[in-house]
Design a protein around this ligand. Sequence first.
Ligand code: DGJ
Length: 742
Amino acid sequence: MDIIFHDSSKEFHIFNGQVSYIFKILKNQQLGQLYYGKVIRDRESFEHLLEMSARPMAVCAFEGDLTFSMEHIKQEYPSYGSGDMRYPAYEIVQKNGSTITDFQYQSHRIYQGKSKLEGLPATYVEDEQEAMTLEIVLKDSVIETELVLSYTIFKDYPVIARNAKFISHHADSLLLNRAMSVSVDLPDCDYEMIELTGAWARERSVKTRRLEHGVQSVYSMRGCSSSNYNPFLALKRPNTDEFSGEVYGFSLVYSGNFLAQVEVDTYDVSRITMGIHPNCFTWTLKQGESFQTPEVVMVYSDGGLNKMSQTYQKLYRTRLARGYWRDKARPILINNWEATYFKFNEEKILNIAQKAKELGIELFVLDDGWFGKRDDDTSSLGDWYPDTNKLPNGIQGLAEKINQMGLQFGLWFEPEMTNRDSDLYRAHPDWLLQTPERKMSMGRNQYVLDFSKSEVVEYIYHLMEKVLSEAPISYIKWDMNRCMSEVYSIGMPPEYQKEVAHRYILGVYRLYQMLNDRFPEILFESCASGGARFDPGLLYYAPQCWTSDDTDAVERLKIQYGTSFVYPVSSMGSHVSAVPNHQLFRTTPIQTRADVAYFGTFGYELDVAKLSKEEQESVIEQVKFMKKYRDIIQKGTFYRLLSPFEGNVTAWMVVSEDKKTALVGYYRVLQQVNVGYQRLKLQGLDEHLEYEVSIVNTKHYGDELMNTGLIVSDASSGQSMDFNHQKGDYQSRIYILNAITQ
Ligand code: DGJ
């Protein structure tokens, strides 16, 4: 890993053993991009990659030089208005109304390690030798403003993390209309764009489309990163597949409104822009103030989509997620939501917990409905004190009883919301996001608190702190069940109003950080009506996230498969729930539900006391299985093998770090009859090791399993083996591979 500045050519080369990123200081002192891709040998100059020629109609920067047009130069952080006609990275409105700027190179600094981003989540290092950072300071002398562009390269990952920061020294206020985290110009457009799209209960479906001239984007203007589009996009070559070929990933470490856009100009240059969505944003910069953009983590892979995902998964698991729980096996939990919804009392809860304990479960989570007078979703959000009608001994009494059973206790909060019918609303009606003299829209009968105000964040912190310090609580589920509307902060000046959505997210991060600091051993699971805020930003504070409200095993195959494009298995909250499934009424075998949920944090969300004896025995076995293998599942290398978006069969696997153990999940949605023989090519094994394979009870070397494949034929292809009497639809198997060591 190194970052070299070539003084003679004024070029920067950021590289490690896998990736190179090269750019230069141009003749106008701005920055031009030269190369981003697989590592290449360093040289004094890559000037030839600028590819400048005189083009008709071009707007040029220097009289007498018809080649120097910003429209045709690939750039690092472009502006609009001085020749470049494409979408810019930023826009600053000045006192005289102009938006023209000219940020010129001033200085740079190269150092070992990586700096923190003030108030924002970001990847980090534990040892300075893990990464190197380049910070370039550019300055617009007319508005006396600095722009600092930061680039960090990690030693062991094909990763470059970028961010931008504006610092104003100007006497007049400046208005940032747009401040994206990155802009990258790739020299051609022979790519397909992958995005993770969806909606509530069908989050993060994998969609691929061919890049075309013009603009294509994914975005959120909902106030949260959203279930509709994840703050991620990837550009892959058309022939790239899961295991080979080039792909560039871009992932924004942020939980609010975002834009991820690719503009292909008519010269086939692809400009990727990513950051806070400019539609819902402005920021006033006064003298001495700065604005920090969130981080974008760029991954380059020449080993296909799996390699890109494995890079994100490992980096985010170990260098974005933090704290006590980061490397620990996650407790197997039981959550009462789908078992009771709002209708419970202490006795009912203790009953479920007692049975759960008998089955080997480790953590009981009390979901929505324990506070205020919350018997349905119309009241009490914000009143974070126990409902003693339901829980006569309060949370403290209940948690202690559950602890005495030998289970840990966890609790649900929705800190960012309130209902009109709540003590909080009655006391502070001006603490909501709302526009004066206009109607407030509501979602799920609730309103959004104005987290841009520090007094609101502090008030909620004190309520939560009280509950958490009085009772033995080791887990929090942090929910968020509606998008923002009428975004406006009462009592604040007009120029503040388009800052509110971003300030809100900063408030959320602040509350998380205060709670992380005060209760470092509490495990946080984020949630937003399921996975509407499954983003890298929240992983920094909460190492796991409820992946989706959809707990149906068949749908979960798609949701978890799509989520794995960026996020680690250890971050995916996944439960076995009751059948018929509460979202789509499908009945799947309890083993299939578990076989899917194993590839996540694993838990149950049903009334275990109502299960048949046979089902309870299955649960005992499942819990034992997960306790034995969770370390490998949550920390091993995850491979997608067969896509649920492409066929009837889904397969994935994890391989332990030493490659001596692997688990293969094989899922068939519909039973078929009289079909061909089937083999499944495995990945990531040691070709020289011989593995004993469960279920088929045969032995094979790694090279055979990876090249010939594991035979997975069954009765549907005329084989006599019927895999433990599996019959019909929605069947699954987990093959366990153990290397034979003398
Ligand atoms: C939405 C969550 O995703 C569910 O798991 C549950 O916690 C409900 N909210 C409770 O209101």
